[in-house]
Design a protein around this ligand. Sequence first.
Ligand SMILES: *[C@@H]1O[C@H](CO)[C@@H](O)[C@H](O)[C@H]1NC(C)=O
Ligand SMILES: *[C@@H]1O[C@H](CO)[C@@H](O)[C@H](O)[C@H]1NC(C)=O
Ligand SMILES: *[C@@H]1O[C@H](CO)[C@@H](O)[C@H](O)[C@H]1NC(C)=O
Length: 269
Amino acid sequence: MLKNIILLGFTILGTYGAPPDNDNWGGKWFPHSPSEPDLNPKINITGKSHLHDPSHGIVMGVKDPSCDDGKVSLNTDWYMDPVNYTCYNDRSLYLPKSTVHPIHSVEHIPEEYSALHKCMNESIEYSERIPTFGTHRPLWAIYGEYTFLPKQRWLHNLEHGAVAMLYHPCAERNQVNALKALVKSCLYRHVITPYDQLTMERPLALVTWGHRLEMSKVSDEVVVGFIKSHALKGPEKVSRNGQYDLALSSSAKIVSTVDDIKLCPNYMK
Ligand SMILES: *[C@@H]1O[C@H](CO)[C@@H](O)[C@H](O)[C@H]1NC(C)=O
Ligand SMILES: *[C@@H]1O[C@H](CO)[C@@H](O)[C@H](O)[C@H]1NC(C)=O
Ligand SMILES: *[C@@H]1O[C@H](CO)[C@@H](O)[C@H](O)[C@H]1NC(C)=O
């Protein structure tokens, strides 16, 4: 039942910096707690070119071998090591439990926040176990299912309104398959990947820009409710497909239209 979802809301603490006094600076300040590392450093965009964009620093969706073309330096984000999609633990520790309720957590992202793009020569770290927004790569992922897709890619898809489905490599296969089928029947703009940062209690998750839902067990009602409420709400309304396709195992199929005009059309309410 929906009322059993535990809703955790939290605000990112922080202060806005003083307005920039350098007119050349085209980025935006992001509030961050003084005790935490600044995950979204301000960058100096002097000498603008076609690869510069006033809000993100580096323009998105343009393949540039000196920055990000979906081919060079991909091991900055992932060593292409099967360790990240293989179950090494006892699968019985990850079994679904009907007594473990889903947790929906919300990150309040200031409206004026604009995520930065970083080239592959720089690593991107996140303070959250399951980030829901933040600096990411200029090229986003082609929609579909992956053997493994790094978070530095899928976060860009979330910014465009996508849903990312994450599952622990040891999660029960029937639950994983049920969640995949549900997501695929709800919208075109999805990516699916194993993710080893999920807990034993809740080895399944859906993530949208600012929202995450962690689950022990698939409930159609909870999943469809989450997708209908939080998909397509990213700050950039872009339905165009991505460019990154390393380890893509199957491309997403259109459900209603390319811009997902009807979410979860098989689940009328
Ligand atoms: C930005 O870069 C330009 C050119 O390298 C430099 O002259 C300027 O001082 C820099 N501004 C800041 C705020 O770092
Ligand atoms: C990374 O590459 C970009 C584009 O080539 C460049 O602008 C940036 O300064 C480089 N960053 C570092 C830390 O070398
Ligand atoms: C892959 O797994 C290794 C070993 O657990 C871990 O150190 C690394 O951060 C993981 N990489 C990704 C991209 O999740």
